[in-house]
Design a protein around this ligand. Structure first.
Ligand code: C5P
Length: 405
């Protein structure tokens, strides 16, 4: 049930807009309150009259509707919601969202909102496959926007077939319900959760460093999901691509040694998730000045081992968190290595993934993981990094509540 959940539905201009009538009806049946904003183009596909008849509320259509601005205003409109749903999210709407363009009521409400946003993309398969749309979708995912669909199937245009159909109303509804289930802010209320994320940079000299390809997307998504579940979250982040999640205390570090110090200072916590790809080695004596190319040939670099943060915290004598989760990025025998790593590092769980280049996981938006616990190995279905994060956070909450181990 969605009793009294307030949904702000932004209807974009696509043929799938008609499906929104069914979506609204189903949401209302479940007790949700739905307020709709239609873009100008949406009016070509459904009328404000029919949308208003089903929501039972006035429908908002224009940024410069002075009466509406007086009554409620776009800021309130975007704040007086528990979830913002964009359906159908056209290529144009996704592009505007990704770039923060606000040139009508729907896009202004999107830019003004501090509420979670779920989008249901719908467009022609070629538009969905276009590099510009791929970039925008990746950006929106990185920004923490949830997506449902699109599905593969026949398109409105004759002879067109492919990925781009809007998810069915029942699927959008399930995503909305899952959102409220997963983002139950009581889930981790009162818990303090530490997450490490991103790569580390180990200096060779003031301008050069050793690094790895970690983007920080998975770790940042875990921090965001833990926050959405009501936890107090500390994210210790190396130089990551992913943006700082909202509402999370972020400590930015460069090197493994700095990460270790920031982690130790953040204890005690209830649970810690070590998602960072910490460099195993650093240069023994990083040069104070830029090393010059000279006659002596290439400079020899002596490497020394970095502290193992996960192992150190998992074996902490006084402040070991109740639940310690490590990650294992492997390119072969993923599960076998992960089982071994769990024991070697002394952590409770290992989230294992295959990061061979052909999987596209490193730096990508999707992940296929196996959860290795004392009880065994679970193979999780492939999902977005945000979904993997929600799933993991829900499991952590259950564990901290004493439901599983
Ligand atoms: O040994 P390996 O690097 O494969 O182990 C991966 C796990 O250990 C990850 O959870 C990673 O965050 C953590 N780790 C760490 N400090 C290191 C090396 C790895 O916390 N120096």
């Amino acid at each position: 049930m969605l009793n009294d959940k307030r949904i702000l539905l932004l209807i974009g201009g696509g043929i799938a807009a008609y499906k929104c009538l069914d979506l609204v009806r189903r949401l209302k049946e479940r007790g949700a309150r739905v307020r709709a904003v239609m873009t100008r183009a949406a009016g070509q596909f459904v009328t404000p009259l029919s949308v208003g008849a089903i929501t039972g509320e006035r429908v908002f259509t224009d940024l410069f509707d002075l009466t509406a601005e007086h009554d409620i205003g776009h800021i309130r409109l975007s704040r007086e919601a528990d979830l913002v749903v964009v359906a159908p999210a056209t290529a144009d709407l996704l592009a505007k969202m990704a770039h923060g363009i606000a040139d009508d009521l729907a896009t202004t409400a999107l830019l003004a909102t501090d509420k979670p946003v779920l989008v249901a993309p719908a467009m022609n398969p070629r538009m969905w496959a276009h590099p510009a749309t791929r970039r925008n979708v990746a950006q929106l995912r990185a920004d923490g926007i949830a997506m449902v669909g699109p599905n593969a199937g026949a398109m409105a245009e004759r002879d067109e077939f492919g990925e781009g159909r809007m998810a069915e109303p029942m699927e959008i509804l399930a995503a909305i319900e899952a959102h409220f289930g997963a983002a139950d802010t009581a889930l981790l209320k009162g818990r303090r959760i530490l997450v490490t994320s991103g790569p580390t940079h180990e200096p060779i000299d003031p301008v050069r460093y050793i690094a790895n390809r970690s983007s920080g997307k998975q770790g940042h998504a875990i921090a965001a999901a833990a926050r959405a579940a009501g936890a107090e979250v500390i994210l210790v982040s190396g130089p990551a691509e992913a943006a700082d999640p909202r509402g999370v205390k972020v400590i930015h570090v460069e090197t493994a040694q700095e990460m270790m110090a920031a982690v130790e200072e953040s204890l005690p916590v209830d649970a810690a998730v070590f998602a960072a790809a910490v460099a195993d080695w650093r240069v023994a004596d990083a040069a104070g000045q830029k090393i010059k190319k000279g006659d002596g040939g290439a400079p020899p670099l002596t490497l020394v081992e970095n502290p193992d943060i996960l192992a150190a915290i998992a074996r902490h004598r006084t402040l070991r968190p109740r639940l310690v989760v490590g990650f294992a990025a492997e390119t072969q025998d993923v599960v076998a290595h992960a089982r071994d790593k769990r024991l070697r590092k002394g952590c409770d769980w290992i989230v294992a993934n295959d990061v061979s280049p052909e999987t596209g996981i490193m730096g990508g938006d999707a992940n296929t993981v196996h959860l290795v616990t004392a009880a065994g190995v679970e193979d999780w279905p492939s999902a977005s990094k945000a979904e993997v994060a929600r799933h993991l956070v829900a499991r952590m909450a259950a564990d901290l509540a004493g439901e599983t181990r």
